[in-house]
Design a protein around this ligand. Sequence first.
Ligand SMILES: [Zn+2]
Length: 319
Amino acid sequence: MKRPVFRRWLRSVKKLSSAQKKELRNELAQAERKSLEEEVAALVGVPTACPHCHHDEIRPWGHASGLPRYRCQGCLRTFGPLTKTPLARLRHKDRWLYYMEGMNAGESVRKAAWRCAINRKAAFNWRHRFLTLPEAVMARHETGIVEADETYFLESFKGQRHLPRLPRKRGGRAAKRGLSREQIPVLVVRDRSGATAEAILPADNHQAIEAVLGPLVDRDAILVTDGGGKGPLALAARELGIAHRAVNLNKGIRILAGVFHIQNANAYHSRLKGWMFRFHGVATKYLGHYLGWRRMLERFGDSLGPDLWLTLAVGHCEG
Ligand SMILES: [Zn+2]
């Protein structure tokens, strides 16, 4: 609309009856909702193959819930761009980008629910739907000097109705000092280019570590770990035939030959733990989501906006 015409139109708003003003407000809200849904539709894009049978001949097939639908020429089933993604059937698309604006700040479920006008259960559900795929976005290949270190998270059954043991106080601490089965081991592997991979280990032993390092670390790499050459990490490096340098932080040996240290992995741990503190202990079944969340913040930094979060959530973006 041309500017002078728009000014005239705007002046006429004053003359509207209260019923007409209400109608106008509804119309504006609807237009706003539609444009936010269109933004989401543009970001999730057009599927290139059928999500049911992977046939690549697909035809447009109308619209549903603000998104285009398609029909597969192979299996004749219909689908949308979110079918078989973690965001399938998630409602209120007009609020997704608002919600994702709070992701970088690690917004609480309560605040996100209030800001996006959804209930808390939905806000919690959205958090974990949006984080399902980012959990798997990590470095697939590490080379050069590679630092590997384990950190531990207290096992938590937060949110679960039937605890397999007596409850701890919120956040809490382990019943036994040091390592026990209540601690979940997480291996962080980071090379000097900043490529980072993490794995929640099923057991704290060299076999579990080998299964992670084997496909990840280049055979020409030099692995640096703590522990003075003892322990499961050192054993895993030996078994895999990867050159290995061991610092020993307990004995004050932090750096070897001026370059071999695990300061990047350790700094990563402490940033991770500091950031996780706000969640007052996370449920072990969601630990991978939180690790992925933190990894995305580290990996993308300032460029991580709501639109990038959305493409990560639907799996269109690789680490
Ligand atoms: Zn198909």
